[in-house]
Design a protein around this ligand. Structure first.
Ligand SMILES: CC(C)(COP(=O)(O)OP(=O)(O)OC[C@H]1O[C@@H](n2cnc3c(N)ncnc32)[C@H](O)[C@@H]1OP(=O)(O)O)[C@@H](O)C(=O)NCCC(=O)NCCS
Length: 153
């Protein structure tokens, strides 16, 4: 497994859009819209890559992704569009994506990460050190909670 930062509109970025559509939009009967990718040329795109070789052929595939918005608020970055393909869950890809995103954010002088967590992902974010910071609210028709992590703690 490895985590890479990939350029906006690169092939692995486009693979990550397919994962985002599959995991975060299709279950809601939605597709990725222009609004979902608005300003993404200014954001940082992390992908998780499954390293696999068969008969000497490199089958490396993007299996997860997350997006960082640096300076979303002063010294604060936003984590969004976190997803791993269902058949690759529970193998540490999610944790590794968050870890690399936080390492990058710290290097860029960010003191805090904020995110809007779908209710069924809250326990995942609690496991990787985030705290709930709001009452329940609705976004894309799903219950969410605002969560955050102090990177200087
Ligand atoms: C949330 C998600 C990204 C986690 O990815 P993952 O690759 O399975 O995560 P990891 O394998 O690194 O899991 C890390 C730990 O969190 C736990 N975990 C993962 N997803 C969880 C969830 N939804 N609820 C509770 N615990 C979860 C794992 O069991 C693991 O626990 P451990 O460290 O005790 O073994 C993935 O489940 C997913 O894409 N879900 C659907 C989309 C989604 O909810 N995205 C977030 C929107 S806000």
């Amino acid at each position: 497994m490895r985590i890479e930062i990939v350029p906006y509109n690169s092939i692995p970025y486009k693979h990550s859009l397919l994962i985002r559509e599959e995991v975060l939009r299709k279950p809601l009967g939605m597709e990725i819209t222009k609004g979902d990718v608005f300003d993404e040329d200014k954001h940082v795109h992390f992908v998780a890559i499954e390293e696999e070789y068969a008969d000497g052929v490199n089958l490396n595939a993007v299996v997860g992704c997350v997006v960082l918005i640096p300076n979303y608020e002063p010294q604060t970055a936003k984590l969004r569009q976190m997803a791993t393909l269902e058949q690759f869950r529970g193998k540490g890809y999610g944790k590794a994506l968050v870890w690399q995103l936080e390492k990058y954010a710290k290097r860029k002088g960010m003191a805090k990460i904020v995110l809007n967590a779908r209710h069924y992902a809250v326990d995942f974010y609690l496991k990787v050190g985030y705290q709930i910071r709001s009452e329940k609210f609705t976004e894309v028709g799903i219950d969410h909670f605002k969560m955050e992590k102090d990177l200087r703690a």
